[in-house]
Design a protein around this ligand. Structure first.
Ligand code: 2P0
Length: 309
């Protein structure tokens, strides 16, 4: 079963509940057509998990994550005690701040649903995927997706707000400046931000009450200038929270900051592009079809151009 990666414009960065992976705030993302994970699950007699990623047996850490996910999912879904052979392939660099865990756990949830005949609908699949990785709750859906923060397993789920063809001229350019593993994993980084950033509560309140409705209005009106301005603001705000975390979390590097400057120069007369960064140095750039070629010529690094899946 295939699940696509997603890029959040309104970011998830912090949990209220570490076990259920309930976020401190809602988030909003675009599902990306060119970045995906395909996963098949075989259920055999026995116990435990055998996990293969891109044809190779995965390491201990990945096995532990999948085992932890299955344990949590067992509390809500009819997952038998059996041996699960999980084969996953992905077409993009893992653990480079490109939401590989999002498409990974979304594809795994879909594959389990199929292998075990669970008959879960989209909202239920997003709840299950959330138990693996927060951002995976959004990756089970296509188009422009909101993950409602909620306050328990049932109320915290994602759904499509606008379908994949809603904004046909919109493009996302993923710029790969560095495909190495990141220094501080999202899971640890966000926990530090929740407990040490002095304006963390201000940030989540501002995003939920002001930025989320503003984003929805801009998207509804297909107002690129407003959407782009909000996207850059939301990215800057998340990285300001990271910078105000103890010890500070630096996900951007010199090349990332160079891309911010390039986009700002490109936007001097008219806003034609927006950068957004997750927990890594690689920007995703939103633009419109008509500006693509000009922008591609300007940007450094390897580029993946994606539409919305
Ligand atoms: C997001 N990120 O909204 C944000 C923006 C990174 C920055 O979701 O602990 O891998 O597995 O729930 O989902 C990365 O966090 O973390 C993430 P867990 P996850 O896309």
């Amino acid at each position: 079963m295939r699940a696509y990666s997603n890029i959040a414009v309104l970011k998830y960065w912090g949990k209220l509940d570490e076990q259920l992976i309930l976020p401190t705030k809602s988030s909003l993302s675009f599902t990306l057509s060119e970045l995906w994970t395909d996963t098949e699950v075989e259920v055999k007699e026995g116990k435990g998990v055998e996990l293969y990623i891109n044809g190779k047996r995965a390491g201990e850490r990945a096995h532990e994550r999948v085992n932890g996910f299955l344990e949590r999912a067992r509390k809500f879904y009819a997952i038998p005690s059996a041996r699960f052979i999980i084969k996953s392939t992905t077409n993009f660099p893992l653990a480079a701040g490109m939401a590989s865990s999002a498409s990974g756990f979304a594809a795994l949830s879909k594959a389990l649903n199929k292998a075990l005949d669970l008959n879960l609908d989209g909202a239920e699949l997003s709840r299950m995927a959330r138990l693996g990785s927060g951002s995976a709750s959004r990756s089970v859906h296509s188009g422009i997706v909101v993950w409602h923060k909620g306050e328990d397993h049932y109320s915290s789920y994602a759904e499509t707000l606008f379908d994949k063809d809603y904004w046909q001229d919109l493009r996302v350019i993923y710029v790969i400046l560095n495909s190495g593993e990141k220094k501080v994993k999202s899971r640890e980084g966000m926990a530090l931000s929740v407990s040490t950033c002095p304006f963390y509560n201000f940030w989540i309140d501002y995003e939920e009450r002001i930025l989320l409705p503003a984003f929805l209005e801009a998207i509804r009106e297909r107002d690129f200038e407003r959407f782009a301005t909000l996207t850059m603001e939301a990215s800057n705000n998340m990285h300001a929270v990271c910078l105000a975390t103890r010890p500070p979390l630096f996900y951007l590097n010199d090349l990332s900051r160079r891309v911010v400057e390039l986009v700002n120069a490109f936007n001097e007369r008219e806003v034609k592009a927006a950068y957004t960064f997750d927990a890594g140095p690689n920007p995703a750039i939103f633009t419109l079809k008509e500006y693509m070629e000009e922008l591609l010529a300007l940007l450094p690094g390897r580029k993946i151009v994606s539409g919305i899946a």
